[in-house]
Design a binder for this molecule. Structure first.
Ligand code: AMP
Length: 421
């Protein structure tokens, strides 16, 4: 026998873990609601050109990690490796710039990258993300948007119950700043690049900024001595970054500056950030994001500066679990029909309880009382409710608390309230 298994880098998320996922998604939706974000759903696959143009040809994501395939008509399609490019495509395609104001969208869904699988890194993973975009006249370029997004993220992580996260902040400047910085990096790399890893040797040619992502230990002393991005920010970018920092100080959101954090996607401009958590090991980034003021134009759209982020939901959940977050899907009542003909009465009672919001499981009239108790205990139910002929006739039920062993008789009309307590 050779049973079929899940593909490497994909996984089944099973109960009870799924209840932690539900908790995280519900908390995120609540936070998005009070910050006035609305959900957007874009397709799982898009034309390959969207990511090549949006994310950037020389990024690892596009050059090495995309799941790209030919459709039956020859069109090149790609499973989305991230969703910002898709949201921007939708914004352009549906002329959402015509609706007044800044647009605030959020999404929750799977992304696909063919990376080397390890803890916290999968080939199908989930992101909870949001984007703020719009015409500059609506305030989309303002540092106030950056600060608001970062403050919301701090709230969101607090709301889901993550402790001890840290925010790392940087500015990668405008497209012009980056061009000058890239030039300076290229110069500085020339005399030393032959000492570096093969990836860096390639990056030094194609996209020197990416050298800063290098994790090879031997390369680190060289990278530390390279020019710093902060020295290449023009007046506008520096002022923007100062404003963001001042607003974060004003609301008490702590951050540290990390000048090497240039992020893996080419569309970023000015503010970039990551939130990390110590419980994650090597893949410590829970989420990442930044501003992308030229993305719309690179997709032939109108001027639409914006800022967004993507939370790695898999990693957020690993981090929550590392601090002892337990899944808690508790059955409140195991309804146990006792004796022949009692299935109907038990189903009726279970229906009433469930409609009153009680989580209930249901036994079978063929079970003896002992077996019903065993099943109820194994299921982790808080109470067992016995539905025998006497109970039905009296319209009140024997209810036993399985933790304390205490047993009481409760009238039908009071049962849901009793179980809820
Ligand atoms: P990015 O879209 O690369 O900016 O990533 C944003 C966040 O998504 C990261 O901080 C991670 O938490 C998460 N992430 C990215 N790639 C993966 C992956 N292969 N597996 C799990 N999570 C990922």
């Amino acid at each position: 026998m050779n049973p079929v298994k899940a593909i490497k880098g994909t996984r089944d998320i099973l109960p009870p873990s799924t209840s932690v996922w539900n908790h995280v998604e519900a908390a995120a939706r609540d936070v998005f609601r009070v910050y006035n974000y609305q959900e957007i759903r874009t397709p799982i696959f898009e034309e390959t050109a969207l990511f090549v143009r949006g994310v950037g040809e020389d990024t690892d994501v596009v050059s090495k990690e995309m799941y790209t395939f030919e459709d039956r008509d020859g069109t090149s399609l790609t499973l989305r490796p991230e969703a910002t490019a898709s949201v921007m495509r939708a914004y352009i395609e549906h002329r959402l710039d015509q609706i007044p104001g800044v647009k605030k969208y959020y999404y929750i869904g799977p992304m696909f990258r063919r990376e080397r699988p390890q803890k916290g890194r999968y080939r199908q993973f989930f992101q909870i993300g949001a984007e703020v975009m719009g015409p500059p006249t609506a305030g989309s370029e303002s540092p106030a948007r950056d600060a608001e997004v970062l403050e919301m993220l701090a709230t969101l992580l607090d709301e889901v119950g993550l402790r001890d996260w840290s925010l790392q902040l940087n500015s990668v400047g405008s497209a012009d700043d980056r061009a000058r910085y890239n030039k300076a990096l290229r110069e500085a790399l020339k005399p030393v690049v032959h000492l570096m890893c093969p990836d860096c040797q390639r990056r030094a040619e194609t996209n020197p900024l990416r050298v800063l992502d290098c994790k090879v230990p031997e390369d680190q002393p060289i990278i530390e001595k390279l020019p710093k991005i902060s020295e290449y920010l023009d007046e506008g970018s520096r002022e923007h970054f100062d404003q963001v920092k001042k607003m974060l100080d004003a609301v008490g959101v702590a951050y540290s500056i990390n000048e090497r954090m240039v992020r893996g996607l080419d569309y970023y401009t000015r503010t970039t950030f990551e939130f990390t958590h110590g419980g994650l090991g090597a893949q410590s980034a829970v989420l990442g994001g930044g501003r992308y003021d030229g993305l719309s134009e690179s997709l032939d759209g109108p001027k639409a500066p914006g800022i967004g982020f993507a939370i790695g939901e898999d990693r957020l959940i690993l981090a929550l679990q590392s601090q002892g977050e337990e899944a808690s899907a508790r059955i409140q009542a195991f309804v146990a029909p006792l004796g022949a003909g009692m299935n109907q009465a038990a189903l009726k009672l279970a229906r009433e309880l469930r409609r009153a919001g009680i989580t209930a499981d249901l036994g079978d009239e063929n079970f003896r009382l002992k077996k019903s108790f065993e099943l109820a205990e194994k299921s982790g139910a808080q109470h067992i409710v016995i539905v025998g002929e006497n109970e039905v006739n009296a319209d009140q039920f024997a209810v036993k608390n399985l933790a304390s062993g205490e047993q009481v008789t409760v009238p039908r009309a009071e049962l849901a309230d009793f179980l809820r307590k």
